[in-house]
Each structure stands twice: as C-alpha cells, then as structure tokens.
Write a protein that binds this ligand. Structure first.
Ligand SMILES: *Cc1c(COP(=O)(O)O)cnc(C)c1O
Ligand SMILES: [Zn+2]
Length: 416
C-alpha cells in the first residue's frame, strides 16, 4: 500500500490506516478523513506506459492509488471500465461540440456506487468482519449486496437499511443478492441513524457514505478512468449530481491524485448539480454559509439527501477546482431522461441524468462557454426505476393486431 496515513479535513489530525478507522475522534461527523498517498513512491512504479500494458480494465488497474492491501480477497464482479462516449448527437442538441458521457450505469449492479462498494468489501475482509452494513438511498445498498455476493472464500453478510421510498427495482436487487434488507419506515436520515446504532451495537463493518474514508477512494476511479480514456487530456469541466457529496468529492480526489503524479496538466472544474427540492449543498455554496438540513422533496431518489454526510469534502471539491453548483427541477430531470435517451442511447435513472440537466441549463443561461470540453457522468441506470421513466415518456401506442388500424395511426403521425 502506498498510503501514508489518514488526515482529518477539519483539524488536520492524522490517523493510521486501519480498516476500521472512521471519522476523526475530535471532530466527530465533521471530521471526515482524507487518504494521503506517497506520490513519490507511486511515481517510481506506476506510469502511463505501465498502465497501457495492463489488460485488467476494472478498477484494480489503479491499485497503487487504492487504499487496500495487494493480497486481500476481492469481489469477483468487474467494477469500472465503463464506456466514455463522445456524445456527438447529444452535444449538438445543446450546442456543445466536445461533450463526453461516462456511462457508469454499466457497472455490474448498474450504478457508480459499485466503485465504492468493491473497496468496502475488501476493507471488511481486511477487518475480519462477518457482517458489513450500510444505509442507502438504494444504489449503495444494491452495489454492496452484489459485491458481497460475488466474494468467494470468505463468509460475509450484508445488512442493508433503506428508506421506505427506495424504488422497487433497487430493493429487488438487494433481495436477489441475498442481503438482509431492513426497509426503515422513514426517510434516508432515519435509515442512516438506525444503521449507525446497529453498527455500534453489533460491531459490524461500516460502509456508510463519508463515515468510511476508503469509499471515496473507490469513487475516484471514475475520474482516473475518464482521464485515461481521454489519453490523459483532462476535460475543462466534469459534471456530477450531488446527494451526500461523496461522488463529486471522489471525482475531485481522482483528478487531484493524477495531477500530483504529473499525469494530467490541470484539474477539471467540477459542476455539482442538485435537485431544487433538496439542495442543501447548492445553497451552502451560493451563500458561503454552513449547510442547513432541508426537505427531501425530489423524485431523484438517489440524491434525495436532506442532511448530506460529506458536505465539506464536496464543497471543497467545487471550490478548489474553481467549479460551480446549480439546481434543476424535477421536471427538467424527467425531461432529460428521454432527451438523453433519444440523443445517445443511454438510459439514466433520475439522479443519473441530473448532472446533464444542470449542464444544459448552464449552457442555455450562458453561464459557461459551449466551446469547452465537458464530461458528464451518468451515475445510475434507468432500468432500476421504471416507474419514474414511465412518467417521463408515457404509454406506447396500443393497437389491435390489425394492419389497417396500424396504417391509420402511422399516417396520422406522418410516419409513412
Ligand atoms: C449516490 C448517487 C449519486 C450521488 O452521490 P453522492 O455521493 O450521494 O453525492 C448520484 N447518482 C446516483 C445514481 C447515485 O446512486
Ligand atoms: Zn479532526
């Protein structure tokens, strides 16, 4: 491992890299830890050239930049290696030439969260745990359950706390993967609190967002992959939807690591996008004040986080990259599901397309120049939540099996 230590983002205290280390003992929930690497040592063994020869296209190709031992058992799923498309038609539709979309819905359990959960499973094994637990709006849960299920040679259980509103597709995934699923009759905050109490009482391994410093290190692989896929030409802007803030913080860490290693020439400006009905971090960014708890009033369930768990790391990512934050309405999110689908063939869940909705709005309002290079992450797959998708696109044409009726309908729509 090339990790030197963990460092509190609030007070700077340092901690050893034990698997169980969570937040800073002095700062509590505000004392989220950063993983600090020995870049000089990494530079000696890991180069663009050595990577070019590596035939493993999963996240494990970035092992020197991951906080795990090299010989620990790993989940058997292929996490990472998702496509980065130059989305010409989608870009044209919003007046942008250099638009790339990173389809992270193509991870094994269909969201970017697999990148974090794969690391969590490795750390749980290193900790010698028999149960790993988390609370989640849905995707962290299904990714943890899937990655646990794929592990062979080690008995590990997944115990998952989801809020009542978690979409049926995500809950079905959990049950299919054999996890113990507790559907907490309350919101994400309630699920989080119950999971915290259970983890403390039973001594389970903690995969909760932000609390566990290693998860962001998994999420950062999305940024490393983007740069490698762009042949180490970092984009001008990278766009992510924001709930707890771990994803955008992870993206920043990936770019930061590569910049420290001299593998990219600049850190992209990060755009964080929240839903209007649940935007505590955009508000904090706009007012430069401490974030305030808000309602969770959005259909984008994965970012319906009224009390974000990684606020400071997320705001730091936006600030230090000279980026910005913006909100979009649920209506805009729904419209972007079919807009992206029609113009790219990629189907994102509501939170998965929220980033793009934000970018479109910023371009339309001329807040950023369309001349620049943009990468937008589609963070989760739309098939997980077809109830919302159906709201966006309505019903198909219903017709008796009769060619004359078909003729009539097609003529009405100018299709023949
Ligand atoms: C979790 C999630 C996000 C947001 O990530 P945070 O770390 O909570 O900010 C965005 N999109 C999808 C699909 C997610 O599952
Ligand atoms: Zn501290």
């Amino acid at each position: 491992m090339y990790v030197k230590h963990l460092r509190c983002i609030a007070c700077g205290r340092e901690y050893p890299t034990t698997p169980q280390q969570t937040t800073c003992q002095h700062c509590g929930f505000d004392g989220i830890l950063d993983v600090i690497y020995d870049y000089e040592q990494i530079k000696k063994v890991w180069t663009k050239e050595s990577l070019a020869e590596d035939r493993d296209f999963s996240i494990w190709r970035y092992l020197p930049l991951l906080p795990i031992e090299t010989d620990t058992l790993r989940p058997n799923l292929r996490v990472g290696g998702t496509p980065l498309y130059h989305a010409c038609k989608l870009g044209e539709a919003i007046g942008v030439d250099k638009l790339y979309i990173k389809d992270d819905g193509l991870n094994p359990t269909a969201s970017l969260k697999d990148r974090a959960s794969a690391i969590a499973v490795v750390k749980a094994v290193e900790a010698g745990a028999s149960t790993v637990a988390c609370s989640s709006t849905g995707n962290a849960a299904s990714s943890l359950a899937g990655n646990v299920a794929s592990l062979s040679g080690y008995a590990l259980n997944a115990c998952i706390f989801v809020p009542q509103r978690a979409p049926a597709g995500k809950v079905a995934q959990l049950l299919i993967f054999g996890a113990t699923v507790i559907s907490v009759q309350g919101n994400y905050g309630d699920a989080f609190d119950l999971s915290t109490a259970a983890i403390e009482r039973y001594g389970w391994y903690n995969r909760n967002a932000a609390i566990n410093p290693y998860l962001v290190e998994g999420k950062k692989t999305v940024a490393i992959e983007i740069c490698e896929q762009l042949h180490w030409q970092a984009p001008d802007w990278a766009v992510f939807s924001v709930g707890d803030g771990c994803t955008i913080a992870g993206a920043y860490k990936g770019f930061y690591d590569l910049y420290q290693l001299g593998m990219i020439a600049k850190i992209p400006k990060l755009i964080g996008v929240q839903a209007e009905g649940c935007a505590p971090l955009t508000r904090a960014w706009e007012t430069s004040k401490h974030w305030q708890k808000t309602e969770e009033n959005t259909l984008a369930d994965s970012i319906a986080v009224g009390s974000p768990r990684n606020p400071e790391k997320a705001l730091r990512a936006v600030r230090e990259s000279n980026g910005l934050m913006v909100n979009v309405s649920d209506q805009e999110i729904l419209e972007m599901q079919s807009f992206i689908g029609r113009h790219s063939g990629v189907f994102g869940e509501p939170a998965g397309v929220t980033g793009f909705a934000g970018l479109k709005k910023l371009i339309e309002n001329q807040r950023i120049s369309p001349e620049e290079t943009f990468v937008v992450a589609i963070t989760g797959n739309g098939l997980k939540d077809i109830a919302n998708a159906a709201k966006a696109v309505g019903e198909p044409l219903k017709l008796a099996p009769d060619i004359d009726q078909l003729d009539k309908v097609l003529q009405e729509r100018d299709l023949i």
